[in-house]
Design a binder for this molecule. Structure first.
Ligand SMILES: C[S@@+](CC[C@H](N)C(=O)[O-])C[C@H]1O[C@@H](n2cnc3c(N)ncnc32)[C@H](O)[C@@H]1O
Length: 230
């Protein structure tokens, strides 16, 4: 029997990638969307794992409304973007991908997934885009860009709506698969600063992970110096 998936606060820790994929594939529409993304875009080692792609689809579903706005930092060829877009086809999606040839490829790929007016992919660094960003406030932010400078992307927290979700890829300690210490350590300090546990955790038995936090009404604005004070 299919297990019920809690769309808002998924916590799946220590299962194998295969078990996670099987489990998350039971969510309506997720498996079909993954198949479509793989056939349109293909797969490379730079892209999120298949079970992570399924989780992105499921988490995006809660923001499938015309007035929702989604941001992805690090779009590459549009694989993770395609899963988010299929999960929330009514939302407006912005992807950031500084490499012009990948940005161009992402746009071509995503045109096969959704209507051209539902998304934009800009060839720009996230912090450059942030410096001139004037809104709208965001409902869902997926962070998978410059892992060594993750602290700069934490400023996007200040554009997240209460109830919105920020989700970090590569939340993986030094002894995990594809370790990413800067993301792991900085996100842990960010949680400490917020003084609460993660809301979403998708971590496989190799410690390869994604971590998500929902913004609450009254949450403080982020400044990098706060991380030094912890
Ligand atoms: C791991 S790949 C993203 C894979 C993609 N999320 C997927 O699963 O299909 C990381 C991408 O982030 C881009 N990148 C690096 N620094 C960035 C920044 N500051 N802002 C936005 N994108 C960035 C890189 O050019 C690269 O294509």
């Amino acid at each position: 029997m299919a297990k019920t998936i809690n769309i808002r606060s998924m916590k799946k820790v220590s299962d194998s990638p295969e078990t996670l994929e099987k489990d998350l594939s039971t969510f309506p529409g997720a498996f079909e969307s993954l198949e479509k993304s793989k056939s349109v875009i293909g797969k490379s080692r730079h892209m999120v794992a298949d079970y992570q792609a399924l989780a992105l689809y499921i988490l995006a579903c809660q923001y499938d409304h015309r007035d929702c706005n989604i941001l992805e930092i690090g779009t590459y060829r549009g694989f993770s973007a395609s899963m988010i877009i299929q999960g929330a086809p009514k939302a407006f999606f912005i992807g950031l991908e500084p490499a012009p040839h990948e940005q161009d490829r992402a746009c071509r790929n995503l045109r096969e997934i959704t209507e051209p007016e539902r998304f934009r992919v800009f060839s720009v660094l996230s912090w450059k885009y942030l410096s001139s960003y004037g809104g709208p406030e965001l409902d869902f932010i997926f962070v998978d860009g410059a892992h060594n400078q993750i602290a700069l992307d934490l400023y996007w927290w200040n554009w997240l709506k209460p109830g919105g979700l920020i989700l970090f890829h590569d939340y993986t300690p030094v002894d995990g698969f594809k370790p990413c210490e800067p993301v792991y350590n900085t996100v842990n300090r960010f949680l400490e600063w917020l003084d609460r546990p993660a809301d979403v955790l998708i971590v496989d038995d190799r410690k390869y992970g994604m971590l998500g936090i929902y913004k609450k009404p009254g949450d403080s604005e982020f400044e990098e110096r706060f991380l030094d004070e912890i």
